[in-house]
Design a protein around this ligand. Structure first.
Ligand SMILES: [Zn+2]
Length: 239
């Protein structure tokens, strides 16, 4: 069956409502996301680096965060988008305040195959539900639709090493010429090696955009302690 992305998202949401609900984080019965898992999703903003890009992150990837994000992206649990949009919104608001001027938000696009499979674009949905950029009087922070597009299909980054990820993404993104001269914050869901953000920055700068930094919902702390991203500063939630 073929269906539009919007219809696919609606069906996934309807299925989640109709089927017996369990916590997207821990599997506890009869609750979308249980109180204990909500605590684990409280933002703890940290500034990390992906090469030259300064990245504000809301959560550390793993445990409950990984389970809830996985439930949203791989099991159609769009009912859990809201609990992830809230910490992202805190990070977006903080980054926009720091960026000054009139920064716009540009989301990293999902691979076409992933959009077809899921029926929605997780990063765009998270930004939309975060409420950031809704203020029509002050358009600061408004997401720019189609700011970055994939110019070719890329392999799933999961399971690829640092160098493989870089090669996989090299030249894969193109930025809209409308962004020339604009101050931009790149938005993505999970920061792992930073390869995606570096490719996004390259594409944006190629059209004359000024990349102020990036905001990610969660980042993966490297277990081997080598390479990027590196935590450089810890800030209390909401700052
Ligand atoms: Zn739970």
């Amino acid at each position: 069956m073929t269906s539009s992305p919007a219809l696919g998202g609606w069906l996934a949401e309807a299925a989640a409502v109709l089927s017996p609900v369990c916590c997207a984080g821990c599997g506890a019965a009869d609750v979308g996301v249980c109180p204990e898992c909500r605590v684990a999703l409280r933002p703890s903003l940290q500034r990390v680096r992906a090469g030259p890009v300064s990245v504000l992150v809301a959560l550390e990837y793993g445990g409950v965060v990984a389970h809830v994000l996985g439930a949203v992206k791989e099991r159609g649990r769009t009912d859990a988008l809201g609990v992830l949009a809230a910490p992202l919104g805190v990070a977006l608001a903080s980054a926009l305040a720091s960026a000054g001027g009139a920064a716009v938000l540009v989301t990293v696009p999902s691979a076409r195959a992933a959009v077809r499979r899921r029926g929605f674009r997780p990063v765009e949905e998270l930004v939309r539900r975060s409420g950031v950029g809704r203020d029509s009087v002050r358009p600061r922070g408004r997401p720019v639709r189609g700011g970055l597009v994939l110019v070719r299909e890329v392999a799933d980054q999961a399971g690829l090493g640092v160098e493989e990820r870089r090669v996989n993404l090299e030249g894969a993104l193109r930025a809209s010429a409308r962004l020339a001269g604009r101050h931009v914050l790149i938005v993505d869901d999970v920061l792992t090696t930073g390869a995606t953000l570096l490719e996004a920055r390259r594409a944006l700068e190629a059209v004359g955009a000024r990349v102020e930094g990036a905001v990610c919902l969660a980042y993966t702390r490297r277990r081997d302690g080598r390479g990027e991203p590196q935590v450089t500063r810890r800030r209390p939630a909401g700052s």
